[in-house]
Design a protein around this ligand. Structure first.
Ligand SMILES: [Fe+2]
Length: 253
């Protein structure tokens, strides 16, 4: 039985473009559990100036989802965070606790517009870092400025940014440019987290196994354990992922 943690999921019912109702959430939980996921951080979208559900509503829905998860497996855990759409004001919203960090830790999951300039992506992540947060760049494979020059990701990692990739993005034949790029990033040792970024029970489902099988075959069992167990447990314990004194666990082997 696998015991993986999925740190990016739109599983809360009817709060964003993810699950539309509790029935769909229940189905997503079942799929996730079958796929070896035992812990999910629900990350509904949050953007300054957007219609965001208030924290109390999210907490109420979290409790409902937790009850459903317990019916499937008493060890199945659900926590709450946000997928933050970056803007300068987001830090103010985090400080006022309108926007959420990941499961109450210093980690924040953050996204940018796909065509955002590298300069703005780096500046935004840097602002989060100097404000005391540990930013995780959501679905890193999507940003054009990084795709054009993947070594910029190394620069972000050196700043202290963590890198998340959607696990299904790595699947695809040799003609698929995006999956080829994802394989390259994985090979460089740039990825700290893989997650489902699931949105429903029939399209963008919480699938993990197929991607994991590929990772195991290509990069070894240890890498899967690192990405889906060790790093996620460091996150949940609010600890840094690698110890600089030890030369880093994963970055640039
Ligand atoms: Fe997402």
């Amino acid at each position: 039985m696998n015991q993986w943690t999925d740190i990016h999921s739109h599983i809360l019912p009817s709060v964003d473009d993810g699950s539309v109702n509790l029935l769909q959430t229940r189905n997503m939980l079942k799929i996730a559990h079958q796929e070896g996921i035992i812990h999910i951080i629900a990350t509904p979208h949050y953007g300054v100036g957007c219609l965001n559900p208030d924290i109390q509503e999210l907490q109420n829905k979290l409790e409902l989802v937790r009850e459903e998860a317990k019916k499937i497996d008493s060890d199945f855990q659900i926590d709450l965070g946000n997928e933050l759409y970056y803007s300068e004001d987001i830090i103010e919203h985090l400080k006022k606790k309108k926007a959420l960090t990941m499961a109450g830790t210093r980690y924040v999951l953050v996204e940018f517009p796909v065509f955002e300039s590298y300069r703005n992506i780096r500046a935004g992540l840097h602002r989060l870092l100097i404000s005391g947060y540990l930013p995780i760049l959501a679905h890193t494979e999507r940003y054009e400025a990084l795709y054009q020059n993947p070594h910029r990701i190394e620069e972000l990692i050196r700043l202290g940014v963590y890198i998340q990739m959607n696990i299904t993005s790595i699947l695809g034949g040799f003609t698929n440019k995006r999956s080829k790029y994802c394989k390259k990033l994985m090979g460089y040792g740039y990825i700290h987290f893989v997650a489902t970024d699931s949105h429903s029970d029939h399209n963008r489902e919480p699938r993990m196994i197929k991607g994991v099988k590929y990772l195991r075959k290509k990069y070894g069992v240890e890498l899967v354990d690192l990405l889906l167990v060790k790093n996620t447990s460091q996150l949940l314990s609010n600890k840094y992922i690698y110890d600089e004194e030890e030369g880093g666990v994963y970055a640039k082997q």
